[in-house]
Design a protein around this ligand. Structure first.
Ligand SMILES: Nc1nc2c(ncn2[C@@H]2O[C@H](COP(=O)(O)OP(=O)(O)O)[C@@H](O)[C@H]2O)c(=O)[nH]1
Ligand SMILES: [Mg+2]
Length: 449
């Protein structure tokens, strides 16, 4: 997610040795400046960062270790603004959040992502409120997101006034003991008086705990300016940056706290519901510096992995009984974790390698689509017992016809499946197979391409 910026830091760090002189420090700072500006980090942010790093490094003695320490410290300062980080729950539930921003910035999508995050990872009861009555399809859009992802929603299709809807839904949330209420509001193409007045009125009536400004990272510097404008009129408590996946430069994330003076709270990194990351400065600094982010990784995986289920699966794996239903289950679990590439970036040491790794799309990968089509054409018994398919040519023909695949493809996938089960059995039994065998098996495993 921060590859470009990370690379900029790495190449600057490489310009300085364990013990070095002022000339080297200047070279490293110049390199850093060039790379940060190229990544679209705001020039004032770059200026302050460089100044801090220079002073701090000189004070402690010029050398790689002190330069790194100074960078880390200064980056942390730059990313920190007064306010809350992550999601903070009110002591008097429900925690009420207004989602505001320009039209198309990603408010509705982000409302669903945040609801899903709080439900999946924080185990909270979340109600989404459809309070955008400007666009006809807005309520429908949130309804669809709610349905697809099993999230709760409150709306009133006949309502004329967004504030009435918000009030009514807030009352419902209190009665039904919701932990969190997320209000999706209307946006405009540009900041206008009427919109601001409606939002200010809603704020006064609803008294939200937080107001999140949702900003499209692709608008670059404009995202900072509109955030400032919204803050002056409405008083926001945090920023959520969306469409970060499409922003190859990525510098705007480093500029918000310093320029808007409000913390960046979350980042949207794709169109799918799980493409959503918490932004906590020291964790992000660690990720940018290539040291990974174990805390976020553990948080994500531990919420998704059910220990009892995991034990059951390990038992099955040990017996070589991994079947097609297990495969589907695992796939569903993985989807909740979001982008695999992001996940890898949280592992210490992986940051530098990420450029060479393509992200795995668990929903649209053609291979996974084929396997799913194949599983859909199987009987429940066949799903539980892959060997039935291996042993019967007529079953394979029937499955191929039903799935719209060739018999060869069904044969191939089934063979891969048997190999995967074999490999998993070895791993589960902690007998590490020899390297050659592993390579051969990996080459056969084309599941994820
Ligand atoms: N690639 C990508 N697209 C996003 C992201 N967030 C939102 N979108 C897309 O941006 C468009 C506008 O989003 P929407 O939630 O309707 O914006 P709203 O008008 O502010 O409610 C939709 O097509 C979304 O799928 C993101 O993080 N990454
Ligand atoms: Mg919307």
């Amino acid at each position: 997610m921060f590859e470009r910026i990370s690379e900029g830091f790495r190449s600057a760090i490489n310009k300085i040795r364990m013990k070095d002189d002022e000339k080297a420090l200047k070279r490293a700072l110049d390199e850093l400046k060039k790379n940060l500006l190229k990544a679209d980090v705001h020039f004032k942010v770059v200026k302050d960062l460089l100044k801090e790093v220079e002073i701090e490094t000189k004070r402690n003695g010029i050398g790689k270790a002190n330069f790194l320490k100074a960078l880390e410290k200064s980056l942390n300062n730059i990313l920190t603004a007064p306010g809350n980080y992550g999601f903070v729950f009110s002591p008097n539930p429900p925690t009420v959040v207004m989602m505001v921003g320009l039209q198309g910035s990603g408010k509705t999508t982000t409302t669903a992502k945040l609801a899903n995050y709080l439900k999946t990872f924080k185990k909270k009861k979340v109600l989404m409120v459809a309070a955008d009555l400007q666009r006809l399809a807005a309520v429908e859009q949130l309804k669809q997101l709610a349905e697809m992802n099993e999230l709760d929603i409150c709306y009133d299709e006949n309502a004329k006034d967004a504030i009435e809807v918000a009030k009514k839904c807030l009352k419902e949330a209190k009665e039904k003991h919701y932990d969190v209420v997320l209000i999706d509001t209307a946006g405009r193409l540009a900041i206008d008086e009427e919109l601001m007045n409606e939002l200010v009125r809603m704020k006064e009536e609803i008294k939200p705990d937080e107001i999140f400004y949702v900003a499209d990272s692709l608008t670059g510097k404009d995202a900072l300016n509109t955030a400032k404008a919204f803050d002056e009129k409405l008083g926001i408590t945090g920023v959520i940056l969306t469409k970060y996946d499409g922003d190859s430069k990525g510098g705007v994330a480093l500029s918000i706290a310093h320029q808007v003076k409000k913390p960046l709270r979350f980042i949207g990194s794709g169109e799918k519901i799980a493409d959503f990351e918490v932004f906590i400065p020291d964790r992000i600094v660690s990720r940018i510096m290539g040291a990974g982010d174990i805390e976020s990784l553990v948080e994500k995986t531990s919420a998704v992995i059910n220990e009892k289920e995991a034990k059951k699966l390990t038992k099955k794996l040990k017996k070589g009984q991994f079947n097609y239903n297990d495969f589907l289950n695992q796939l569903e679990q993985m989807k909740k974790l979001g982008s695999m590439k992001n996940l890898l970036g949280m592992i210490p040491g992986m940051g530098g390698m990420l450029k060479q790794i393509e992200d795995i799309d668990l929903e649209n990968s053609s291979e996974i689509k084929k396997i799913k089509a194949m599983i859909n054409s199987m009987t429940p018994k066949e799903r539980e017992n892959p060997h039935l398919i291996k042993e019967s040519a007529s079953r394979r023909r029937r499955i191929a016809r039903g799935a719209g695949l060739s018999v060869q493809e069904v044969n191939r996938i089934n063979k891969q499946f048997q190999n995967a089960a074999k490999m998993a059995k070895k791993f589960a039994n902690k007998k590490i197979p020899d390297m050659n065998e592993l390579m051969r098996m990996a080459q056969n495993l084309k599941f994820l391409k």
